[in-house]
Write a protein that binds this ligand. Structure first.
Ligand SMILES: [Zn+2]
Length: 427
């Protein structure tokens, strides 16, 4: 300790860190910057007493990159702050029984002390704390702006709900059907909540990912998260009764192979059936009720997981396939989830593994409509080329059927589109 030739981190680091800060060497004058570089990283969220090693992992690489750019003569601005106005901070405040505002002040003190000791080149003149009113007035402004332009709207949706933490969880926070934080079995709950019409920007978001200098893994995760599927919405009328079922399909070319339909137990049509809006027998009604009861508490994984046995019940209704007017039975089955697409599918057992399994079990017809070039119609394989196809023309609201993917090879036009899309917002 008293040997001056030895490196003593707590003495040397803190001495220089203090000097860097008092000399403001990491606080560039942005207005005078000749070669500015904005080195932004994700701010930590205070979900505990202090930093965890994952924060350090994330900051170190980014800070090395800041240093690299600084050594190339750039004016690097590396801001820092705390993302402390969300579920993680709230849960932590609940856990320790302290008001979130007091907890935020305590967390700020400790987090900033720890972050200073790391010696990263943060600009301590420019910090952002999301729980600070001078910050969140802008998120409020943003929300009001989105609301006024129709981009924020209220709707009900099935969400993951932790009955212990009394909070909504994202899909990523549900691990094997249980809450990531407390391990409680996650429930599905129909809740009214706010949504952003982010789907309106799916094309632009996807396009912009292409040009990013990110790892492929992150790009794929972002693409899946945006979740845009190319496809068409097709409406099937119900035979002899008022009503229709809308499906979204990425494979409209398989419409001819649809031999039955499946709706999720949560589909509004099921509620209509139970409310006697359709003419079905009492026996059938009892059967449906029994099935709904039996599937109520199953998790998404129990419902859709590979190797789980598919179950279902015939609804008593028939739908009409818009391409050939064929009458096909409508089944209720929990392997279809209400949160994805429209909560209804046209089942194409010849070309979809799960529909195939279901058709086999309930003895439903299987009709092959696509013959791949290798001659092997494998139902597990997603195929886009070959065979007949259907494309949707949004201008004429009509579907065009073609025999091969070459689009000038039309065999007919028919309308099957629907006017009442979810795009009621003003341009
Ligand atoms: Zn929980």
């Amino acid at each position: 300790m008293n040997n001056n030739n030895h490196y003593n981190p707590s003495a040397i680091e803190s001495k220089w860190q203090q000097k860097w800060e008092s000399d403001k060497i990491f606080s560039p004058d942005i207005k005078k910057a000749t070669d500015p570089y904005f080195n932004l990283m994700m701010f930590p969220y205070p979900s505990a007493e202090g930093l965890h090693v994952g924060n350090m992992y994330a900051f170190t690489g980014a800070d090395v990159y800041a240093k690299f750019n600084r050594m190339q003569g750039k004016d690097v601005l590396e801001p820092i702050g705390l993302d402390g106005f969300g579920i993680h901070s709230e849960n932590y405040a609940l856990k320790v029984g302290r008001h979130p505002k007091e907890q935020a002040a305590l967390a700020e003190k400790n987090f900033y002390r720890q972050m200073r000791s790391i010696g990263n080149s943060f600009d301590w003149q420019r910090t952002v704390e999301t729980y600070n009113p001078n910050y969140y007035k802008w998120t409020q402004w943003l929300f009001v702006t989105l609301f006024k332009t129709g981009l924020a709207y209220r709707d009900t949706a099935l969400v993951n709900w932790c009955p212990k933490d009394l909070t909504v969880l994202s899909d990523e926070q549900v691990i094997d059907g249980c809450c990531e934080r407390c391990g409680t079995k996650v429930e599905k709950k129909n809740l009214e909540q706010w949504f952003f019409r982010i789907t309106k920007y799916a094309d632009r978001l996807l396009q912009n990912i292409e040009g990013l200098d990110w790892s492929n893994k992150v790009k794929i995760a972002q693409t899946n998260w945006i979740g845009k599927s190319e496809g068409a919405e097709v409406e099937f009328r119900i035979k002899g009764q008022e009503g229709s079922i809308k499906v979204f399909t990425t494979r409209p070319d398989t419409l001819y192979g649809a031999t039955f339909m499946v709706i999720a137990p949560e589909h509004p049509l099921v509620a209509s059936l139970l409310n006697l809006k359709f003419k079905i027998s009492n026996l059938k009604l009892a059967e449906i009720k029994e099935y709904i009861e039996a599937t109520k508490d199953k998790t998404d994984i129990e419902r859709t997981g590979e190797g789980k046995e598919k179950t279902g019940v015939f609804s008593g209704l028939y739908a009409i396939n818009p391409v050939n007017n064929e009458e096909i039975p409508v089944w209720i089955a929990d392997y279809v989830l209400s949160g994805y697409g429209t909560g209804a599918i046209m089942a194409v057992p010849a070309h979809d593994a799960r529909d195939f399994e279901f058709a086999k079990k309930y003895d439903l017809p299987i009709k092959q409509v696509i013959m791949p070039e290798n001659g092997n119609p494998n139902p597990t394989e997603e195929r886009r080329d070959g065979g007949a196809g259907v494309i949707f023309d949004p201008k004429t609201q009509k579907y065009a059927v073609f025999l091969s993917p070459i689009r000038n090879n039309f065999i007919g036009l028919f309308s099957g589109g629907t006017e009442e899309g979810e795009d009621e917002e003003k341009g």
